[in-house]
Design a protein around this ligand. Structure first.
Ligand code: SGN
Ligand code: CA
Length: 517
């Protein structure tokens, strides 16, 4: 299964060190991995043309490949990052949820294995795994979720340093600076650029405050979903209408109207200097005055919130798209693009009003999926769409194989290199496994695990609920009609449970003992 991909992969990692350094550097591929936060395929024009234009992100897809069935293993930031770093599902890497997780940095990780293979590794931006990064020659990370405005960074000697500017720009500046001035140009590198954009609460770069203000975004078909037939959907707390905070999320701040998250909001915008703050207040205060004069209620209020959400998210995304363009331009100008795998993805998908929601967590399509496009280095023939099912546990073995390093047998993902070569292995996976743990917690999405095949999805919600859901994605792509237990579904349920059990056994998930199938 772990076939070599090019002449260099057959050389053991140790032998590479014996090659003249320049030769080794020329012949070995670099990796630039750009991961955003909560950026969903609905908001990326090469996936979905309805809402925004993302010309720079699309550039990657247009020159390279776009995965059309790209999924996460556990739709939440920390867990996704841990899956990416280890190539293993959450129960194996130990980081199952943001609230209680501390990543065990002493375990085997892909960056450590890349280092062993002679790579320089660096991570810049959001880390979110609580313990300090390990396996990186250079790191400069934001504390926790980070701040959009004048953010602080933690340095390798544990200093917290406040920087001036907008976070998305600063992360890019630092990344380009590392590639240009700090790395050893004789050796291959793997750079991980991890953005906070487009995470809640969508604070735009000030130059883009006015962008998208003339745009009225179409309301998703499922915005007024009543959750009939579904068991764990009615109790979530991620509804735009019910749960979005009027100050923190919607920015319709009123000094006399306290909201739950107002203190957090004031702390965040309090990072701006007085001139920045004046520009910011001028923009949102005039919107807030107009909003209050309208006295919106019910559906009109929900739709107003939806439009504000979409506009601010789109503004944040615009800065992100610009900055991905800067990285691509840098790589091209320096002649690095031909020799570099550039990956663009997000830590998970997100709801842009589908089912009435924001946030992620559920195994439903919008948040199970994550955008994945790649610019391929010379020698990789695939172009256009790749339709095989892939998952974020696949990145680690892909990068290791590309680096000519051995892929340890305990890595659970599968290298994507055959797909990048344009092959369609007949034994490619026919289903993916998902497991979400963070409950009870913010947004109140119940624990669940499940399997997705090309056509069907079977989900089991557990802990304080014991409920199954089955969707036929062909006839019900929006997952509105749970057909579990309906006459005629017995055979497919049996098959899917068998598949689910097989995956839980294969990945060695102890949940199988607790909830035998
Ligand atoms: C924060 C957000 C949540 C979000 C989680 C996880 N609340 O807690 O809305 O679901 O992060 O996001 S906030 O009030 O702090 O904005 S994740 O992408 O990092 O997993
Ligand atoms: Ca996220």
């Amino acid at each position: 299964m772990k076939k070599s991909i090019n002449p260099y992969t057959r050389i053991a990692a140790g032998t590479l060190c014996l090659l003249p350094a320049t030769l080794a550097a020329q012949q070995r591929y670099n990796i630039v991995y750009i991961m955003t936060d909560d950026h969903t395929a609905q908001m990326m024009s090469c996936y979905d043309g309805r809402y925004v234009n993302t010309p720079n992100l699309d550039r990657i897809a247009n020159d390279g490949v776009k995965f059309t069935r790209s999924y996460v293993a556990n739709s939440l930031s920390g867990p996704s990052r841990a899956c990416m770093l280890t190539g293993k599902h959450s129960h194996k890497n130990g980081f199952t949820n943001n609230e209680h997780g501390i990543f065990d940095g002493s375990q085997q990780t892909m960056p450590k294995l890349l280092q062993k293979a002679g790579y320089q590794t660096a991570i810049i931006g959001k880390w979110h795994l609580v313990s300090d990064p390990t396996g990186f020659d250079f790191w400069n990370i934001v504390p926790g979720q980070g701040d959009y405005y004048n953010p602080s960074f933690i340095t390798m000697n544990k200093q917290t340093v406040r920087e001036e500017g907008y976070l998305t720009n600063i992360i890019t500046d630092k990344s380009i600076d590392w590639m240009e001035h700090q790395r050893d140009k004789e050796r291959p590198f793997a750079l991980f650029i991890h953005h906070k954009a487009c995470h809640r609460n969508w604070l735009p770069e000030l130059k883009y405050l006015h962008e998208y203000e003339d745009t009225t975004f179409p309301i998703p078909e499922t915005f007024y979903d009543d959750y009939a037939t579904r068991h764990a959907a009615p109790t979530q707390e991620m509804s735009i209408a019910e749960d979005m905070d009027m100050a923190y999320d919607i920015k319709m701040y009123h000094p006399d109207v306290p909201t739950r998250l107002r203190p957090n909001y004031l702390a965040m915008i309090g990072r701006m200097n007085s001139e920045e703050r004046a520009r910011y207040d001028h923009f949102y205060d005039s919107l807030a005055i107009d909003f209050r004069s309208r006295g919106l209620q019910g559906k009109a209020l929900a739709e107003f919130k939806f439009q504000r959400y979409m506009r601010d998210y789109a503004k944040v995304l615009k800065s992100l798209d610009d900055n991905v363009g800067r990285v691509l331009d840098y790589l091209r100008e320096k002649g690095l693009l031909e020799n570099t795998l550039v990956v663009y993805t997000s830590d998970q998908g997100f709801y842009m009003g589908e089912h009435g929601w924001f946030d992620k967590r559920y195994m439903y399509e919008e948040s199970l999926s994550t955008p994945l496009v790649m610019h391929l280095p010379k020698g990789f023939a695939a172009r256009g769409e790749i339709n095989e099912m892939v998952q974020n546990i696949d990145y680690a073995p892909t990068f290791l194989e590309l680096a000519g390093a051995e892929v340890p047998a305990d890595i659970q993902g599968r290298s994507l290199l055959p797909l990048l070569r344009g092959e369609h292995p007949r034994n490619w996976r026919k289903s993916i496994y998902y497991h979400f743990y963070e409950y009870p917690a913010e947004h109140m999405v119940k624990r669940h695990f499940g399997v997705r095949t090309d056509r069907y999805k079977l989900i089991h919600f557990y802990r304080d609920i014991d409920a199954w859901e089955l969707y036929d994605l062909q006839s019900d792509p929006h997952e509105l009609n749970n057909i579990y237990g309906q006459p005629g579904t017995e055979r497919i349920i049996k098959q899917l449970k068998k598949e689910l059990k097989k995956l839980q056994q294969q990945y060695d998930d102890p949940i199988l003992q607790e909830h035998p199938l």
